[in-house]
Design a protein around this ligand. Sequence first.
Ligand SMILES: NC(=O)c1ccc[n+]([C@@H]2O[C@H](COP(=O)([O-])OP(=O)(O)OC[C@H]3O[C@@H](n4cnc5c(N)ncnc54)[C@H](OP(=O)(O)O)[C@@H]3O)[C@@H](O)[C@H]2O)c1
Length: 272
Amino acid sequence: MTITVSGIPQMGLGTYGRTGDDGLAAMLAAIELGYRHIDTAQSYGTEITVGRAIPRSGLKREAFFVTTKVADTNLDKASFLPSVEQSLETLQLDHVDLLLIHWPSAKDAVPFEDYMTALGEAKARGWTKRIGVSNYPIADIERAKAILGEGALSTNQVEIHPYLQSPKLTTYAKNTGLQLTAYQPLAKGRVSGEPLLKAIAEKHGVTAPAISLAFLMSQGHVVIPSSANAGRLRENLAALNVKLSEEDVATIRTLNSGERIVNPQKSPKWDD
Ligand SMILES: NC(=O)c1ccc[n+]([C@@H]2O[C@H](COP(=O)([O-])OP(=O)(O)OC[C@H]3O[C@@H](n4cnc5c(N)ncnc54)[C@H](OP(=O)(O)O)[C@@H]3O)[C@@H](O)[C@H]2O)c1
């Protein structure tokens, strides 16, 4: 079953760490189960795995929604567009469906306007159907809109899970029509041991990770969980069939503690 929000399949597949033959096997297992939205990045070393998996799947290119991200080391004028061309070559695609800036350039080391303009140019050249950003706080989204125009950004991909629900960013996104994509939606697997989620999962006949994903989707987010295991990939897909009650949602909201997993030194000033 494919549910699409803002033109993006709501359930995607994270590919961080899925390199080599093991990574390819995990990706093919996921495609076999029905995953069609694949999230990669220049910095993951998995564009090459995606480039092997798509032709091996036997499905048409159009069946897939592929996202990649320009690394923060490729934001300067000389590197940006050639890096996207290289990504397409590695992916063996003539365009991606969504191209993101992976991280804002810390302290504007690369001028903001330069790389936002290059992002728009990649779309104008037909190298991507949609453009967006990742790890962007509200202030930088506003700056991007001033350059690219209202509605130009299809998503902001950020860390969101039951322990980091990001209420400020979520409210801003709802009010301005910006789609959020939740990365690490299972808090790196930690949600599977959460008693509160387990109790709700039991009621719905699914697992705690599926409840985490169903919760995030109920908040309107796209989710991109990752697993190398076919059984767990299937468990996670089951989230698409879960209808949480208002009471379930209210209970899961209490898990928010603002706990952030991905917080490198180059991080911007987060809103939540
Ligand atoms: N934009 C960014 O800066 C950024 C940053 C981080 C991640 N991402 C994207 O987000 C994707 C997802 O993040 P992530 O892979 O780091 O974390 P995640 O999806 O939150 O969690 C993945 C971990 O959870 C385990 N897991 C998956 N399903 C499970 C289940 N049903 N039961 C128990 N354990 C389960 C996996 O182990 P097994 O493999 O053993 O199942 C893996 O260790 C990445 O792959 C990447 O595409 C983007």
